[in-house]
Design a protein around this ligand. Sequence first.
Ligand code: Z5A
Ligand code: MG
Length: 211
Amino acid sequence: NGSSQSGRGALIVLEGLDRSGKSSQCAQLLSYLQGKGCEAEGWRFPDRGTSVGQMISAYLANESELDDRTVHLLFSANRWEKRALMERKLLGGTTLIVDRYSYSGVAFSAAKGLAIEWCKAPEVGLLAPDLVVYLDVQPEKAAERGGYGVERYEKIEFQKKVGEHYHSLHDSTWKVIDASLPMEVVEEQLRELATSCILECQGKQLANLTW
Ligand code: Z5A
Ligand code: MG
């Protein structure tokens, strides 16, 4: 029934371009799981609440300039500073629904021209997701959803490059949902994927990203 009381929680990540619906779907999935009595929390990266997160936030808002590699390492550090808490929660039976993770880290930095292997390196050793759901939508379609804001990266040409890099990151935990479908349809597909993931991960050890 999707309950994780008897074992560890699942690490479920949502990825996708800007406006693909990640934050909306994370919220919907979270309330669905909690409604079923499943111990679950919503997380997001960047976590703008830490001091590293505040540096990232200022950079994204174009309030500061930082070297590309420096920014990449800050995004990674922002995940590392949360790794221990994440592990404790998961082992304690809480399922984490995470809005963006290492795949965003690699795809966005690679789209700026950094070498992909260099981008992957600092992510090695972070917790490996049990499920990554990629919300697939064309950047043009996503941009129609209220239009892009003023943050760095919110431009169609750049989003196209990010999409290409995302597609090179597929692994066995990766599932794709057509995010141009109505929200309720995406929601239903996501529920099914998450529910089976939560059941299946019970018998599996938590692993690290290897890349
Ligand atoms: N970044 C990075 O470079 N390195 C890293 O390691 C990480 C991130 C972790 C900020 O992230 C930036 O950081 C981001 C990547 C980079 N830059 N960009 N681009 P963020 O998570 O804060 O990104 P965001 O700007 O908040 O993404 P977003 O705009 O929030 O998109 P979303 O969460 O995917 O979409 P949403 O808010 O759920 O939905 C957007 C709108 O579309 C909303 O009005 C919905 O009602 C509508 N919507 C959603 N789904 C549908 C469907 N199916 N049909 C129609 N309309 C829909
Ligand atoms: Mg969002």
